[in-house]
Design a protein around this ligand. Structure first.
Ligand code: 8OZ
Length: 371
């Protein structure tokens, strides 16, 4: 029987165990440039089988929050190199999450103070994290009204995903990349009819709405190889005001389109991100989704996420329902999470007040068992 603590080959990624650090936004990279404190934080967590970095903007346009890191300038790539070197020195494996927020942004974060971009000009009823121009303090503000992307703009966005992926691996030293296809950001916006009301080849019918995501994933696969490419999905999360009328067939179609791409892994958020695992008016059969992917020849690891306890994670891997389990808040609060889970040791509690922005407090000062 497979254990949560067994090694895993996920495409070209070699994981020492199946405890994965989920991507967690921390807003601690001023200027979008990863710094020494960020390197320390990730290096502390290298005992997890895989670290997926916080969402990292592939372009200025793709940025939706203050002080999140980027992957589009030489300084940002050099900053990440320090992070990956520090993680590799501890024997860890690390991929970066390629992020374009689409409409979940604010004019003050966009190039030239322009409108954020989206499949359609529909404002998300959501909030984004912005710095006050006077005080420099972080605060949450409503997202700005977006403009609909022109058809002619889409190839450049796909290309940016590919170029950022190549730079992430070749320049910044990442073991691979994960596209952020979840939580109501750009690729998820195109996928779902609540945000996508286009009438061109990228909107309307389901096979149109999956197009941008499949093109972006394919371009990244061409750039760095399928074995170094993962994708995060959230079929029914309401995060960032996203919804779809009929997610099950949408994700079946998506699974069939992704299956031939030879991905390292799919990473699935079950239920409401950071919230309930089942949503009454948004039913979804994850077993059927996984079966659709496998039946279509989809290989690579199946990573699950959202509110997993130790017992649930052990059971998910032992039963074969998942190959690995991603933990967010527990990985923030426990630098030695995999070791604690292995020993069935108590976990540190997380401090939600220091999740977004701030100093080393609530970031690099959570104790290990040894301390
Ligand atoms: C929390 C705060 C800001 C961003 C996500 C990238 O939900 C995020 C995020 C989470 O995927």
């Amino acid at each position: 029987m497979t254990s949560l603590f067994d090694p895993l080959h996920a495409g070209d990624l070699h994981l020492a165990n199946r405890v994965i650090m989920a991507p967690c936004t921390r807003n601690r990279s001023p200027g979008g440039v990863p710094n020494a404190m960020n390197a320390r934080y990730y290096a502390q967590r290298a005992g997890n089988g895989l670290i997926i970095t916080e969402g990292t903007a592939i372009s200025h346009q793709g940025q939706g929050y203050a002080n999140v890191p980027g992957l589009y300038s030489p300084e940002q790539l050099a900053g990440w190199r320090k992070v990956t070197d520090a993680v590799h020195a501890q024997g860890g494996c690390i991929v970066t999450q390629l992020w374009h927020v689409g409409r979940v942004s604010h004019v003050s974060l966009q190039p030239g103070g322009g409108a954020p971009v989206a499949p359609s000009a529909i404002t998300a009823q959501s909030r984004t994290y912005v710095l006050d121009a006077q005080t420099g303090e972080g605060r949450f503000l409503p997202t700005s009204e977006p403009r609909a992307l022109a058809l002619e703009e889409l190839p450049a966005i796909t290309q940016r995903f590919a170029d950022a992926a190549r730079d992430a691996v070749q320049v910044a030293g990442f073991d691979g990349v994960e596209l952020h296809g979840a939580n109501g950001y750009l690729l998820d916006q195109f996928l779902k009819d609540g945000a996508n009301q286009r009438q061109d080849a990228y909107g309307g019918a389901m096979h149109h709405r999956i197009r941008l995501m499949v093109e972006a994933v394919s371009a990244v696969v061409d750039a760095v190889g399928g074995g170094r490419t993962g994708l995060r999905l959230s079929p029914v999360t309401p995060a960032n005001d996203i919804h779809d009328r009929d997610p099950q067939p949408l994700y079946t179609l998506l699974a069939q389109a992704l299956a031939p791409l030879g991905l390292s892994y799919l990473h699935v958020i079950e239920g409401a991100t950071g919230g309930p695992r089942t949503i009454e008016d948004r039913p979804f059969d994850y077993t059927a989704f996984k079966a659709a992917y496998r039946d279509a020849g989809g290989r690579g690891a199946w990573i699950v996420n959202n509110g997993y306890t130790r017992a649930m994670a052990l059971q998910a891997v032992a039963s074969g329902n998942a190959d690995a389990v991603a933990f967010g808040k527990d990985a923030i609060a426990n630098p030695d999470l995999a070791e604690r889970l292995r020993r069935d040791a108590p976990l540190n509690a997380w401090d939600k007040h220091s999740f977004y922005g701030g100093t080393d407090r609530g970031y690099t000062d959570y104790p290990t068992l040894a301390r």
